[in-house]
Design a protein around this ligand. Structure first.
Ligand SMILES: Cc1ncc(COP(=O)(O)O)c(C=O)c1O
Length: 331
């Protein structure tokens, strides 16, 4: 697929590596596990939002915006990376932060919150969990406009049809890496939250001859809600890109068994996964997304869903800066 006509900023040079996790594969005695190191993407601290922001910020600049407004949870990787892109492009950046866990906002917290302060957000507005985030951002945009600025709103997680193109491009990148290295991957496993990563990968894979099945591990929503969110975004992204090959809704495969008590709340499986990856492979995961997704992969291997002789590619979508806010869980 030719994406070259779509405005894009470039925040990473070259492809992120695909590595074989030899020690973990041996320990679990199941499929061969590979990892796509999107934690090595550009901007402050890396992670999946960098790919989405290449297209979103290019669209903001095309629209002559001088200010970005976005939203996320109180420890949002997306907010950190949007701020980082804004600084690189010399744009203002305002954040609306949702306290999804009551009283979870602490202005002195470490992790991404510390980085919001270091990167110097123009403002942080904290709202209660369940707030209408679109309305909150629109309210802020009106205020910014009244000050003579031109705001551009980036949705939660950068997940609209423009942001998802980042992961359409990533699917192409993966396919070309696999062709070059002659590795046949049977499944890709990814965290799925605001849905852009999962939807972009599905859209991009449907356009390729590989068409590797994607398994999403939900970090927030129950299965039926998340399947609908991902499918709707695949449709919107395909429309935007004029793609004729449409996926069936049944190819949106999601497990919601690894959320535990709720978004960002700890589970035993997540703690085991974060420790295993750091101590067996020297790789840092995060407690909210990749830790729970790795917990899902480990459990699905133990249950026999992924089998010996198969090859699985785990999407490391980043997030490790958040670890520093959760250190007490790992003592
Ligand atoms: C580190 C990390 N991984 C995965 C995700 C989920 O990706 P998406 O929101 O595209 O579903 C996020 C979202 O914030 C994230 O920060």
């Amino acid at each position: 697929m030719d994406l070259t006509s779509i405005p894009r900023r470039k925040y990473t040079y070259g492809a992120t590596p695909i590595e074989y996790l030899k020690n973990l594969s041996k320990l679990l005695n199941g499929p061969d596990i590979f990892i796509k190191r999107d934690d090595h993407l550009g901007l402050a601290g890396g992670g999946n939002k960098t790919r989405k922001l290449e297209f979103l910020v290019a669209d903001a600049l095309k629209n002559n915006a001088d200010t970005l407004i976005t939203c996320g949870a109180v420890q949002s990787n997306h907010c950190r990376l949007t701020l980082s892109a804004a600084k690189k492009e010399q744009l203002d950046c305002h954040l609306v932060l949702e306290e999804r866990v009551p009283n979870s906002y602490n202005p002195k917290a470490n992790g991404n919150n510390f980085l919001y302060n270091l990167l110097n957000a123009a403002s942080k507005t904290v709202v209660p969990g369940g707030s209408d985030m679109v309305r909150e951002m629109e309210k802020l945009a009106k205020k910014v406009e009244a000050e003579g600025k031109k705001p551009y709103i980036i949705p939660m997680g950068g997940s609209n049809e423009i942001g998802a193109i980042g992961y359409v491009a990533c699917a192409e990148e993966i396919n070309s890496q696999l062709r070059e290295s002659s590795i046949d991957i049977d499944y890709i496993i990814t965290p799925t939250g605001s849905a852009g990563t999962h939807a972009g990968l599905l859209t991009g894979m449907a356009e390729s001859s590989h068409n590797i099945p994607i398994v999403g591990i939900s970090v927030n929503n129950e299965k039926s809600v998340q399947e609908e969110n991902v499918y709707r975004l695949v449709e919107k992204t395909s429309d935007y890109l004029n793609i004729k090959n449409r996926i069936e809704k049944s190819s949106v495969k999601i497990f919601d068994d690894y959320i535990g008590p709720g978004y960002s709340l700890s589970t035993d499986g997540m703690i085991e996964a974060v420790k295993l990856l750091s101590q067996r492979e020297g790789i840092l995961l995060d407690p909210v997304y990749t830790g729970k997704t790795m917990a899902g992969l480990i459990d699905l291997i133990r249950q026999g869903y992924f089998k010996k002789g198969e090859k699985v590619l785990f999407m490391h979508t980043g997030g490790s800066p958040a670890l520093f806010n959760y250190s007490s869980l790992f003592q």
